[in-house]
Write a protein that binds this ligand. Structure first.
Ligand code: ADP
Ligand code: MG
Length: 323
């Protein structure tokens, strides 16, 4: 099947400026050459420690942030090459759900106004009655009652607020939604409800998700495939079940070692990471994980490992897999 989204060698480098004249003295390589594709209807998870570039990847794909380099093809089209008119139309196809709905919702706006705004801005042809119907439908699909429409964000619980965030993302009937840690700020008991809702909505509206999370149990629950990021690069990508059964990259093994295993008999190889994530302003040479990797070899310090398909559907960037 043709992918819905293709990301090719995507980079986002933030300049570091110093002094009165803002001379550029370096760059933070927030995303440094990431490539992958997402199939229609799929949920691709992106995991990794805080600061590894997950949010920057998601936002650059949506062009909320301009990439430094690389290509993003949506439905086979390079969205950078679209004229502004087409781009506006395209934007309605790609939406985002943020981690903290309280910060991303305007506190002075009622739910009604929050949901109306994208409809009025992008779908100017809708009549008042159509807008009213669309809002009622949106609220009902995310499990909110009609009387909630006149309320303000502070009148809701965290889980309800995230439902409003989801309704807003779905207002324009997008095909693709970046979910940036959508349940991380919620109580564990509420997380499952919101995740179930997101799964229901995915099948109901044929959505494709990119699901960013630092929580492996959430990713295991909701994702079909998972990509693991470290310091702005993708180090491994695989179908979820295969990744959890047999992680290949030492960093993926380390991330999984930190998760309790329900069956101690099934104990896997455990790697406990020492040291901190290096500073992304001056990342290590070669494989950026080499400073923390228990299997480090000479070649790891010198050469960046290639992103290779080591078995069908499984990609890894590690010198251990290059022999
Ligand atoms: P994650 O979502 O995985 O926690 P981010 O994508 O937010 O990571 O950030 C990746 C790196 O880019 C971090 O080192 C962060 O400090 C840096 N970064 C993010 N946004 C900016 C910005 N606007 N200016 C400079 N550096 C940034
Ligand atoms: Mg983030």
């Amino acid at each position: 099947m043709k992918p819905l989204l293709e990301v090719k060698d995507l980079k986002k480098h933030y300049p570091i400026k110093k002094g009165l004249f803002g001379k550029q003295v370096g760059a933070v390589k927030a995303v440094d050459g990431v490539s992958f594709s997402i199939q229609p209807g799929e949920t691709l998870g992106i995991v990794g420690e805080s600061g590894c570039g997950k949010s920057t990847t998601g936002r650059t794909i949506l062009r909320l942030i301009e990439p430094t380099a690389g290509e993003v093809l949506f439905d086979g089209q390079d969205i950078r090459k679209l004229p502004p008119d087409e781009m506006r139309k395209f934007r309605t196809n790609m939406q985002i759900v943020f981690q903290d709905p309280y910060a991303s919702l305007d506190p002075r706006w009622t739910v009604q106004r929050t949901l109306e705004e994208p409809l009025r801005t992008h779908l100017k042809l809708l009549s008042e009655a159509e807008i009213k119907d669309r809002i009622a439908e949106l609220m009902s699909v995310v499990g909110l009652a009609p009387y909630h429409a006149s309320r303000f964000p502070h009148e809701f619980s965290g889980g309800q607020r995230q439902r409003i965030g989801i309704a807003r993302a779905l207002a324009l009937r997008p095909k693709f939604v970046v979910c940036d840690e959508p349940v991380s700020a919620l109580d564990v008991s509420i997380q499952a409800q919101v995740l179930n809702l997101m799964q229901d909505l995915q099948s109901q509206f044929s959505l494709t998700y990119m699901f960013i999370s630092h929580d492996l149990s959430v990713v295991k629950f909701i994702c079909d495939r998972v990509g693991v990021m470290y310091l702005g690069r993708m180090v491994e990508m695989a179908p979820t079940a295969e990744m959890f059964a047999e992680p290949l990259h030492p960093y993926t093994k380390a991330l999984m070692s930190a998760v309790p295993v329900p069956d101690p008999e099934a104990a896997r190889e455990r790697i406990v990471l020492t040291g901190d994530v290096p500073n992304p302003q001056s990342p290590p040479t070669g494989c950026t994980f080499h400073t923390r990797c228990p299997y480090v070899m000479d070649s790891c310090r010198q050469a960046v490992p290639e992103w290779r398909e080591v078995s069908p559907g499984r990609h890894v960037a590690c010198h251990l897999f290059e022999q």
